[in-house]
Ligand binder design. Sequence first.
Ligand SMILES: [Zn+2]
Length: 325
Amino acid sequence: MPLIPMYQCLQEAAKGGYGVGAFNVNNMEQVQAVLRAGRETRSPVILQVSRGALKYTNRVYIKHLIRAAVEENPDLPIVVHLDHGDSLETVKVAIDLGFTSVMIDGSHYEFEKNVAITREVVEYAHQFGVSVEAELGTLGGIEEDVSGSVQLTDPDQAAEFVARTHCDSLAVAIGTSHGAYKFKAEPKLAIDLVEEIYRRVQIPLVLHGSSSVPPELVDRINQYGGRMEKTAGVPIASIQQAIAKGVRKINVDTDLRLAATGAIRQAFAENPALFDLRDYLGPAREAMYKIVAERMRDFGSAGHAGDYEPLTLEDMKAFYRVRGY
Ligand SMILES: [Zn+2]
């Protein structure tokens, strides 16, 4: 099966009432971990690639890692998504690399500029059957060069924004936060706000900054010589409530970083003589696979890989024409 567009993935998720985790990847071990979890739980897979990851992999390596993922898993529906695209130029790079979905993040601009930049990207991307995620409102925390103060998404603005831009999904600020140091205590997500926004926009909603930061992963890092402060992530139960109200894509990055770091630290602590990369990157890959498989079950996408029919480019363009472009 060729890569599928995000809209198809999230439309199926809406039909099935589940959410799909989107996992950030930067290297072979991460790609393999996410794909193994998809295979073993029979879940659709969203690989997402940030601008930092494009730079880190010199673009060409990520392009061929994606090809390898498809070749190895011909019967698995896979979406490849640009995370936090900042301009039409970056979007063009991603589409040239074969991505089937892009995010344009104009959330830090004032409303009219966010509408303009998003609309421009939608018009460009839809010609290629590529889906567009936009963002309205601002999250707290830091992720690579994305940072900001919190401003929850306004439902009236969201309705106007979606009607004017024709974006395919919308990232909303409802109390999640980027990075490992999200909250001092368990946060409370604005679940009522999810319901209200979804009622108004009727397109799939996206949660950024939604790692759960399991204490056992942080403890493992500290037990083996790390120094991470006490922190709290987004509880799985809160994410599940948000899924029930219209969230379909859940971004998870920090949890994979924590899992990999703990495994590597443990490998070195238990055997200081290690110097073969496979002896610590192997356990890191295994730890990432475990957390991804857990999230695929938590979000309900496990068992749904068979729901997806391959689409032609004409099918995709027809879908977008119905939507307005
Ligand atoms: Zn994000």
